[in-house]
Design a protein around this ligand. Structure first.
Ligand code: UDP
Length: 328
């Protein structure tokens, strides 16, 4: 199949693009390179630099590349920034997504895979979180993702769009060969920040809160390797043949680790101490998030290759040690 990967030069999009090639499909990337990295996409993959809401450009790509299915990773994802700058988030994450979907439907492309987030649940009533748990986002970021999910449902009913939504818990890790990995600026995620502290790129890892109602006082999260997450997306391709199909999947390993446990695992993998400081809680962080991933395993036959936190961190450690300055 010919797959348009919107945001294919970003962290998750670039890993997914590589897995699409491994799975013998043909990826085409559209990315505006505001946060993405040209070097994250192999030179042989057709690459378009531009905006997903540029309807003339997207129409041109859909036609000339004979696109069968669109995957959409091009979102802004910082919870704190979304609170401070909601217009930026609604414009990019909702308005531009609407334009992309409109172009697709006009061109008769009716298969779509959407990267969503556990942030749609807010503070979930039940852990591990199943897909039918009440959605109550506590940030504009989470709300924009939920708005898109609702839009997809309306388009499925009205226009026969078939879609799969993946609600990510904590995507992490890097390609096993160390050639692509996580490179955000600013970096806000725990594993890269812990590794940066070990490598001396930051003075220390600041732990956001050690007074949570959890066994060691730090937050619990469900970490899943970015390549495993990508393979789940690809497994959904052939579930979208029937017009109007609507699929929703949580994606995580179903095993929570605390911030302290992640620090320990980074120390085991690197053989070095993580310099740590303790600060206040970060606004909007729920104490615990963990996926019930029964549905994705049953419906898509998904089996993660990276089942231990150490194996995930090893891949991230390799990437950051080889490329301390990321893609630059
Ligand atoms: N965290 C931390 N220091 C950091 C980055 C993250 O203590 O520099 C904590 C954060 O508060 C959360 C967990 O690590 O409890 C995972 O955060 P991350 O930003 O990696 O992912 P999120 O769960 O927010 O999607």
């Amino acid at each position: 199949m010919n797959i348009l990967v919107v945001g294919g030069a970003g962290y998750i999009g670039s890993h997914c693009t590589r897995q699409i090639t491994v799975a013998k499909h043909r990826p085409v990337v559209l990315d505006n390179l505001i946060y993405g990295h040209r070097k994250a996409v192999a030179p042989e993959v057709p690459f378009y630099q531009g905006d997903l809401a540029d309807q003339a450009l997207v129409r041109h790509i859909l036609r000339t590349e004979k696109i069968d299915l669109v995957m959409h990773f091009a979102a802004y994802t910082l919870v704190g920034e979304s609170v401070a700058a909601p217009i930026k988030y609604y414009k990019n994450n909702v308005v531009r997504t609407l334009a992309l979907l409109e172009t697709m439907l006009e061109e008769g492309v009716r298969k779509f895979i959407f990267s969503s987030t556990a942030a749609v649940y807010g503070m979930p009533d039940k852990i591990p979180v199943t897909e039918d748990v009440r959605k109550a986002p506590i940030s504009p970021y989470g709300q924009t993702k939920l708005d898109c999910e609702n839009l997809l449902a309306a388009l499925a009913t009205a226009h026969g769009l078939s879609f799969a939504v993946f609600r990510y818990f904590n995507a992490c890790g890097a390609a096993e060969d160390g050639t692509i990995g996580e490179d955000h600026f600013p970096e806000t995620h725990l594993i890269p920040n812990a590794i940066r502290a070990v490598l001396g790129l930051d003075p220390a890892l600041n732990v956001f809160g050690a007074d949570y109602p959890t066994p060691d006082g730090t937050c619990l999260r469900d970490y899943v390797h970015v390549d495993d997450l990508s393979r789940a997306h690809i497994a959904a391709f052939d579930k979208l043949d029937k017009p109007g199909t609507q699929l929703h999947f949580n994606i995580g390993l179903g095993h929570p680790y605390s911030v302290q446990e992640i620090i320990k695992a980074v120390e085991t993998v690197s053989g070095k101490k993580v310099p740590v400081t303790f600060g206040p809680r970060r606004a909007g962080d729920p104490p615990e998030l963990c996926a019930d991933a029964t549905r994705v395993r049953a419906a898509l036959g998904w089996k993660p290759h990276f089942n231990s936190i150490e194996s995930i961190i090893e891949s991230a450690w390799r990437w950051h040690s080889i490329n301390p300055k990321g893609f630059n």
